[in-house]
Write a protein that binds this ligand. Sequence first.
Ligand SMILES: *[C@@H]1O[C@H](CO)[C@@H](O)[C@H](O)[C@H]1NC(C)=O
Ligand SMILES: *[C@@H]1O[C@H](CO)[C@@H](O)[C@H](O)[C@H]1NC(C)=O
Ligand SMILES: *[C@@H]1O[C@H](CO)[C@@H](O)[C@H](O)[C@H]1NC(C)=O
Ligand SMILES: *[C@@H]1O[C@H](CO)[C@@H](O)[C@H](O)[C@H]1NC(C)=O
Length: 355
Amino acid sequence: MARLILVCKVSATVLLAALLTNSSNANRQKKARGSDDYPPLWDNVPDSLDGFVTIHNKTVINPWNYLDRMGMYKILLNVTAKYMNNFGPSNTGNVLWGLPLQHGWQFRTGRLADPSNVSSCGQQTGDLLCISTTSWWSCMNYYLATIPFLGAIEAGFFDEWPFEIEILPPEEHMDDFCYNTADCHILIPDTMAKWTTFFQDNPGIVNNFGRCELNPIVILTYISVPEAQFGVSWGNAVDFIAATHFPTNFNQTNVFQVYLPQRILLSSDKAPSIPDLSKAENWALIALDILYKGNKMTDGQLLNFWRRSMCSEKGREEGRYLLENVVSNPDLILPGIRKILLEFIKNHNCVTTDA
Ligand SMILES: *[C@@H]1O[C@H](CO)[C@@H](O)[C@H](O)[C@H]1NC(C)=O
Ligand SMILES: *[C@@H]1O[C@H](CO)[C@@H](O)[C@H](O)[C@H]1NC(C)=O
Ligand SMILES: *[C@@H]1O[C@H](CO)[C@@H](O)[C@H](O)[C@H]1NC(C)=O
Ligand SMILES: *[C@@H]1O[C@H](CO)[C@@H](O)[C@H](O)[C@H]1NC(C)=O
């Protein structure tokens, strides 16, 4: 099995950008979605701080446990619901849904388990709910769960809560993460500041943040080459998706997630002919790869081109349409690219803040 050292260069801010740029009027909900689209074990996840253990006047959250980490999301959804009412019924329009749904997919597909197989953390036969510090996905997701939660704490969402809230460090790789607002302001100042602002400014108001660089958090992990390539190309695609102001609400995220591989990729996997993945999942892997390689070959110019094209609402609409159809309806790709090219030309005066 090919071994590859993957650097968890946290692109948390990228998904944050996707969240913050949610456009409330993008109501292209395609499919009615049932409750089976909730993340795994959703009903067992605590939805308030009462659901966590409080000892010695401290409420303890263990982000290395799936239910606890998901609990932070459920609480955030809960406390922000009142700001997201205009976006859809029953909090389905909440733009924070993108995060727990992605996390649920990571859990369901085994991506939070120890990839080195040294421990049984996250394995079906071991400690299933354990989230491994050696998984790249789990590392990335840490910054997309704990930092938003600390941002909400700092913004005063839990000021009424009578106890101190403590985030537990993992047993290993302790120095790769931060556990309270003060330390996170030092480790990842931009991201921390942005999440706090997100919660201070009534989440849901359309914000147009650019992305910011993070101090790379280095985690070494051993995974197959196809899985590593998928991880990297997924991170790249999120930049493109964010530029379209893709609404990361419940329905849209579920529609989008169907195309992500429903299991970890093995070294023998070669899209588009991975037999146990759907045709759409196979093609999505190819599309992500093309996007990644195209952007790399052009030294990032493809993303710059895309961002300028997405400067207008018309461009973003075309961009979302293209992304939504690129896998299921290849006939639309060329006309789509033509329309986006047109927007690129029209938007020549546009200043992209996030470049
Ligand atoms: C999500 O889908 C449900 C079921 O079709 C619908 O009732 C709801 O309005 C949708 N939510 C949003 C935000 O569009
Ligand atoms: C918890 O806080 C209360 C009220 O401040 C205090 O009376 C009590 O001694 C504290 N308990 C512990 C274990 O620190
Ligand atoms: C938040 O959770 C509590 C249960 O802990 C529930 O009573 C309340 O309705 C929830 N609020 C929202 C907005 O979902
Ligand atoms: C991981 O370990 C288990 C037993 O501990 C074994 O059955 C399984 O095949 C191993 N998986 C890989 C990918 O090495």
